[in-house]
Design a protein around this ligand. Structure first.
Ligand code: GLU
Length: 337
């Protein structure tokens, strides 16, 4: 049931970015600031991820007019990991609609770690949050297609359309995670036992592991984010990927849950929806303005890229992106009240 059936007109985020040259300058500045931070550790619970060069650092801002600003290693590929959850969620919302997906997968933070089994048990089998593994598995299970192969094709095609190019599978990461993802297999089977996954749970884990193993760059993440910032149209290819309402719904979920157990701190400091992944990527979305993609493999204890957070925080401030920041409206004929 929709608890807010009378909600009608949708407001949109307003304002614009400074001119082209200034954004370019600020992206370089954000990169330089992030470089100064060498804290954090590279993820190693998926063995193939441990091999990443910890010094890599790329930043990209994709404006909703299709303009791109890059600094550092913005063209280096890495596995998208958890960031895929945001985009698969959008594709499933597009297919099933706002209310059905909220009822099925939830939109609230669990307050527990991203791969928690106890969170599922505490909520009588409801995953609560599409950005933790249980909720992401339940979401991937809802992807259109009669067979696992058709579902994978839909995920691969959908994520590629967000990026504006055909994304490739990282075979090494996929093989490595497939060997070590016993916990995700357990989660999927637990969800099946609660009736939350109605297809073969192990096939769902395989599709999920593939979606996490797609290779992207910071530039791709920025374009994917800019698609969510642009009412669902990829600003580089001009293709509509999802509806504007699906963008709004997805961004609301990311604002609440995108940065693991640090989602509240992130929103407090940065004031934008974002999603991070354990390979070191972060996508951030400034609705109506731009997508930001960053890549740097060293992570904080919650699993978020340290340099990526630094650079994004800087960009949010200097570009005026925080959705909670306002200024007094100048009244006609006078100074602000
Ligand atoms: N594929 C990873 C897992 O399921 C994704 C984790 C993440 O990026 O948070 O463990």
């Amino acid at each position: 049931m929709d608890p807010y059936p009378d909600a009608v007109a949708q407001a949109v985020s307003t304002g614009s970015l400074p001119g082209w040259a200034r954004v370019d300058e600020l992206v370089l500045e954000a990169h330089t600031r992030g470089l100064a931070d060498a804290d954090g550790t590279v993820a190693d619970y998926i063995p193939a991820l441990a091999a990443a060069d910890p010094e890599l650092f790329g930043v990209c801002v994709a404006e909703v007019d299709g303009g791109l600003h890059t600094a550092g290693d913005a063209e280096v590929e890495f596995s998208i990991q958890s960031i895929s959850k945001a985009f698969v969620y959008a594709l499933v919302c597009e297919r099933l609609g706002h209310v059905a997906v909220r009822e099925r997968v939830g939109v609230n933070n669990t307050g527990l770690s991203f791969n928690s089994v106890i969170a599922v048990e505490l909520n009588a089998g409801h995953p609560m949050n599409p950005m933790v593994n249980a909720g992401a598995l339940a979401t991937t299970a809802l992807v259109d297609g009669g067979t696992p192969a058709a579902q994978w094709a839909a995920v691969h095609d959908g994520l590629s359309r967000f990026a504006g190019r055909t994304l490739e599978l990282d075979d090494e990461v996929y093989a490595s995670e497939s060997r070590t993802n016993g916990r995700n297999r357990a989660l999927a089977q637990l969800l099946e036992s609660y009736g939350r996954i109605e297809v073969d749970p192990l096939a769902v884990v395989d599709i999920y592991t593939r979606q996490c193993s797609l290779r992207v760059t910071a530039r791709d993440l920025a374009v994917m984010g800019a698609t969510l910032a642009d009412g669902g149209v990829n600003p580089v290819t001009g293709e509509r990927v999802v509806s504007a309402q699906v963008c709004r719904d997805t961004l609301a979920v990311l604002a609440a849950t995108g940065l693991y157990e640090r989602s509240g701190e992130w929103l407090f400091e940065i004031g934008l929806p974002g999603k991070s992944g354990v390979a070191g990527g972060i996508v951030t979305v400034a609705p109506g303005k731009a997508g930001i993609g960053t890549y740097a493999p060293r992570l904080d204890r919650a699993g978020n890229s340290v340099r990526g957070q630094r650079a994004t925080a800087h960009l949010s401030r200097v570009l005026g992106l925080n959705v909670f920041a306002s200024a007094v409206h100048p009244r006609a004929g006078g100074t602000p009240r």
